[in-house]
Each structure stands twice: as structure tokens, then as C-alpha cells.
Design a protein around this ligand. Structure first.
Ligand code: ZN
Length: 596
């Protein structure tokens, strides 16, 4: 196979067994699939490695097998020699399996969890990763499930590649960002020698692709590149020639680069260094000699008319993730300015059921009440902070009083929360349990957070614990991800989130509500996307309270038979009333807390 300069290094990294993970964030038209097929053939033919390639769907897999894998076997006599079933109908030669002598190639659709079971491999390949579900039938992210199949191998290797889709949700982008070393294809400027990755730049940038004139013809004929450093004009033939002569895969700071002559990595000064264990690369169509720059600019001009086309251009031509416009609205000042409204009643029209969420800190409680309507449209009702000494009973008594608050609705009816969740994880677990028992353990439900990606929002325990309490596990990351998506909804209706224009919801509330972001994190069990505090933020209680309140409405729907499109399904008195027998008077509670 004839390789272009930028492809040689990728082929080397795909074949290098010391590199355990290779993440490729890429555009279309960079010859990636051919490189991948070549790398799997190499692993099978020369190393007798067992390989699995997962595609986003069965259809995608069928196309890969028929259009890429089978022709590649046909055209390569060496690989055909170790594939005696070539051209025969046999269980060793199907759409999902090619059994070679001494090695197997599994070709799997990535939708079903069963396709990640019962095979044992050395090399796990995920093709078009951003086309996969974020969690495969609730069992975990695809990369994690695939990687498990290689756990027993001494030569385990992961190759994940994709055009990125949505910013903030792109698995390839977060995986690539979390790599130890991130390499870019650098070429030296023919004028100043500055090595740079070709970048799109954009109309307002002082570097990158430039063109003249208003017409399509003028524009595409005048395309050139402006050096990041000296701002001189680089023509397309100059750039191609520089790439062929001196292009190299290198980190942006120049400290690590791939020496393609020997297939080893070197430091800035040229000393050989250890091969990085995880490498991320990025590449886009401008580096491919077969994609003329005029075509790229032509696509850009053609994409101006429609937002969808613009997203395709960003994803497929630039190989970058698409930033949803709504995401920028998560700026807390914008939320504060645009999302508060005057409610017609304390529990406005549309509210069917109420819940609350309580966050327990060492010196205070923070409580949020929410009203919920059809399709979980959400009206946050109030937010309260109870400061005090949590070692003293009075503050727990105060809490029990505020939790039974009522909110008047549009028909004059008084709404009482159906249930609420309280954080059991802090230093006051025993007190939380005592209070839950006093108020009714199906009214005040103690929860513990499980920050496992893709864990369901609530997991109801099979039986109560030794204290007689159903300690519910809350998939905090899943809940937060859902809330984040809902914050991006801009039209009232399903999933939309309202706030009242009231003192409880000042700028500080929204600042804390948006205190976290989803970032990759290295955990003992591997790389994961985890909600973490943004730089410079310290408090996030409204975000946690909102999440507990979301868990509560899920419990109400899943366990208590509440249907948000049917107000009749909500009891006129909450379950707290139904569990009166289990309730203790507040003085009993105070006594108990004093004894404890
Ligand atoms: Zn220059």
C-alpha cells in the first residue's frame, strides 16, 4: 500500500505494540480505514494476534466486512495463505468472524452488550467511536467493555478512531485529550521554518486558510495558507513539498516526536525516549494530498447556508467536534438572566408532583424543592440554606419542619412533596437515618452517590438495610449528564427547566449550579468521563440538590406509580401521611438525637 507522508507514522503507531492505546480524532478522507485494515492484517499475519473490530451498528459492520475486510483479504496473497476458508461458505468465514491460521478477526456490531462478551483478544479496535452509544445497554461505555476482552493478553492494544460529533459529548475527543502524549502532524514553514500543524484558522484568525474575493471561483482559486508564526503566504504545492520532506508527528511543544526512520520516539534534543503508553493524534483532510485545498474552501462556502451543513463541515472536513450553540448558554450569568420567570403561583400551572433534594454539609443543610410536569418539565420552586451545628438536635428538627412545606398550586390546591432524597454519604449518616425513619423512609429517602459513568439514575436496593432503610444508590454522573442536556433545551416543554424570579435564585445560585463540567479522569479502573469542579469554583450544592431531587422524581415514577402526565396518579396527601404509623413525634426524634 502506497502511504502518504502523514500516514506512515500512523501506520507505525498502529503496529507498535509498546503503545497500548492509540486514539485518533480525525476528519473523513484521511485514509483511516485503509490504515486500520492494514494494521489488523499486520497484527494477524506477523504476530498472530486475535483482533476484534467493533463498528457502531450491525449495518456498519456488514459494510466494513464486505467493502473493506474481504477485498483486503482477496488482494493480499500472504494473508490469503493463512485463510484456507477464503471464498468458501464456512463458520470460519462469516460477516462476524474471519478465522485465520493461528489468529481470529472478529467483526462486531457495537450496539448490543452481548457483542462484548465471551471472546478473548489482543487488539481491540473501535471504529467510528462517536457513533456508539455512550453506554452499551447500561453495562458501560463501549471502550471499557471492549478493553475488558483484552485484559488477559500480554500484548493488549486499543485503537479507537472517529470523527468527533458534539463538543462535550464526544468520546473520541475526551479519550484523545486524556492521552499521555498528543501528537500532531507538523510541517515547517518554507519561509521561517516554524513547524506547525495546519489549522483551519477561520475568517478572523491571523493564520490558517485564506482566500480572496466574493465569488466561489475567485475564492477557491486563491486559496493559500498563512503561517502561524511569520504570517507569510504558503501555497498548497509548497506545503505538500514541505510535508514530504520534513513533516513529522510531534507534540505541540516540540518535546516528543516520532522518528519514522526507526519507528522510535525522541526528545526535543534527539535522544531516544521510552515509547509512550497512550498516544492521541488528530488529523484532518487538509493534510491529505488527495483533497485539494480549493475543495475544502469550496465546502466551507457551500456550508454557510445551513447549520446542519456547517456541522458536517466541522465534523467531517475539519475533524473537530461541533459546539452546540446552547452550550455557551450554560454561562451562569446567561442562565440567571434568561431562565428566571414570574410564576403565576408558588407551584405554577403544569406542576403535577413535587420533590426535594437535601445536601448535608458539616455546618448546614441546603434544600431545593422542584415541581414536575409531563415529560419531566421542571419548575424549581425554592432553595433554602439552614445553617447550624449538625451535632445539635435543633437543626435536625428545623430540617424536618421545612421538608413538610406545602406550595399552593394554580387551582388553589396545596401541593406537598411526594418524596425527597437526602445525601447519606457525609459524617451524619446515623442522624439522616433517624430523621428518615421519623418522617417516613419512603418520604425522606437516604441516598448514596455512585459516580460510575452510565450507572442508572436510581438503583433501588433489593431489601432494606439493617436499619430498616432503603438506601438508594444514585448514579450521580448519569443524573448530572441528563440535567446538563436539559439545561441546553431552550423551549418550554419536555425536559425544560424553569426557575422563579426570586431572591433564592441569585447569581450565586447559578454559579454553583454550573460549577461542574464533564472531564476525563484517570481512575483505578481506567479512563472515565467524570463530572468535576471547574477551575476556580468551590461550591456546587445547587447542582447536587437538583440531582437528588431528580432522583426523587424518578423514585416517585418508578416505585410509587406516579405518572407526570396524569395528576390523578399523585395522592392528595404524600406518602409521609401514609406511613404515619412509622412516624415518631418530633419530640421523640429530639430525644433520640440527644441520646445519640
Ligand atoms: Zn513562517
Amino acid at each position: 500500500m502506497q502511504l502518504y507522508p502523514f500516514q506512515r507514522g500512523i501506520a507505525q503507531m498502529m503496529g507498535n505494540e509498546e503503545i497500548e492505546e492509540l486514539w485518533c480524532k480525525k476528519s473523513a478522507r484521511v485514509g483511516y480505514t485503509k490504515l486500520l485494515v492494514g494494521a489488523t492484517q499486520y497484527a494477524i499475519e506477523h504476530k498472530r494476534r486475535n483482533v476484534a473490530i467493533w463498528s457502531p451498528s450491525d449495518d456498519h459492520r456488514d459494510r466494513l466486512t464486505k467493502q473493506e475486510i474481504e477485498p483486503a483479504i482477496r488482494d493480499n496473497p500472504v494473508i490469503r495463505r493463512i485463510f484456507p476458508w477464503y471464498g468458501k461458505k464456512a463458520k470460519q468465514n462469516t460477516l462476524s468472524l474471519k478465522q485465520f491460521v493461528g489468529a481470529a478477526l472478529h467483526l462486531l456490531g457495537g450496539k448490543a452488550a452481548k457483542n462484548y462478551r465471551s471472546i478473548s483478544i489482543d487488539m481491540a479496535v473501535l471504529d467510528e467511536l462517536d457513533g456508539f452509544d455512550a453506554s452499551i445497554e447500561r453495562e458501560g461505555p463501549p471502550v471499557e467493555l471492549a478493553w475488558r476482552r483484552a485484559e488477559g493478553s500480554s500484548f493488549k492494544k486499543l485503537i479507537a478512531g472517529s470523527t468527533p460529533h458534539l463538543k462535550g459529548w464526544s468520546m473520541i475527543e475526551s479519550g484523545e485529550e486524556a492521552c499521555e502524549v498528543r501528537l500532531r502532524w507538523h510541517i515547517p514553514c518554507p519561509h521561517c521554518g516554524h513547524e506547525q500543524e495546519l489549522q483551519w484558522g477561520g475568517a478572523d484568525a491571523e493564520y490558517g486558510f485564506k482566500w480572496n474575493g466574493g465569488t466561489y471561483k475567485e475564492a477557491t482559486e486563491s486559496v493559500h495558507y498563512q503561517c502561524v508564526h511569520c504570517k507569510e503566504r504558503i501555497t498548497e504545492p509548497q506545503a505538500r513539498a514541505q510535508a514530504a520532506k520534513a513533516g513529522r508527528w510531534m507534540t505541540d511543544d516540540g518535546t516528543i516526536w516520532l522518528d519514522e526512520d526507526l519507528g522510535i520516539f525522541r526528545s526535543e534534543k534527539g535522544a531516544a525516549i521510552d515509547t509512550p503508553r497512550t498516544i492521541g493524534i488528530r488529523l484532518w483532510s487538509a493534510v491529505n494530498d488527495r483533497v485539494p485545498w480549493s475543495k475544502i474552501v469550496g465546502e466551507w462556502l457551500g456550508a454557510q447556508k445551513k447549520r446542519d451543513n456547517l456541522q458536517s463541515f466541522v465534523n467531517l472536513t475539519l475533524g473537530e467536534s461541533w459546539e452546540e450553540e446552547g452550550v455557551s448558554n450554560l454561562d451562569y450569568e446567561v442562565l440567571h438572566r434568561t431562565r428566571r420567570e414570574n410564576y403565576d403561583h408558588p407551584a405554577p400551572e403544569g406542576v403535577v408532583a413535587l420533590t426535594f433534594g437535601v445536601d448535608v454539609q458539616d455546618d448546614r443543610f441546603e434544600i431545593q424543592w422542584d415541581g414536575w410536569g409531563a415529560h419531566e418539565e421542571r419548575w424549581t420552586l425554592d432553595y433554602q440554606i439552614l445553617n447550624g451545628d449538625l451535632t445539635k438536635p435543633y437543626i435536625w428538627k428545623q430540617l424536618s419542619e421545612v421538608l413538610t412545606r406545602q406550595f399552593r398550586g394554580d387551582t388553589g390546591r396545596l401541593h406537598e412533596p411526594v418524596c425527597g432524597c437526602i445525601d447519606h454519604g457525609g459524617h451524619y449518616g446515623d442522624e439522616v437515618v433517624t430523621l428518615a425513619k421519623a418522617l417516613g423512609p419512603l418520604f425522606l429517602i437516604p441516598v448514596k452517590g455512585a459516580a460510575t459513568y452510565s450507572k442508572p439514575i436510581i438503583t433501588w436496593p433489593k431489601r432494606p438495610n439493617k436499619n430498616g432503610i432503603y438506601l438508594v444508590s444514585v448514579g450521580t454522573d448519569t443524573g448530572k449528564t441528563l440535567m446538563h442536556r436539559r439545561l441546553m433545551i431552550e423551549e418550554p416543554g419536555p425536559g425544560f427547566w424553569h426557575w422563579p424570579r426570586s431572591e433564592s435564585f441569585g447569581l450565586e445560585y447559578f454559579k454553583q449550579l454550573t460549577a461542574e463540567e464533564l472531564r476525563p479522569k484517570h481512575t483505578p479502573s481506567g479512563r472515565r468521563l467524570v463530572w468535576q469542579m471547574r477551575k476556580g469554583r468551590r461550591r456546587n450544592e445547587p447542582w447536587d440538590c437538583s440531582n437528588y431531587s431528580l432522583a426523587a422524581i424518578r423514585i416517585a415514577q418508578e416505585r410509587f406509580g406516579i405518572a407526570l402526565d396524569n395528576p390523578d396518579s399523585v395522592p392528595s396527601h404524600s406518602r409521609r401521611v401514609d406511613t404515619t404509623a412509622a412516624r415518631k413525634s418530633l419530640s421523640d426524634l429530639a430525644r433520640e438525637l440527644n441520646d445519640g
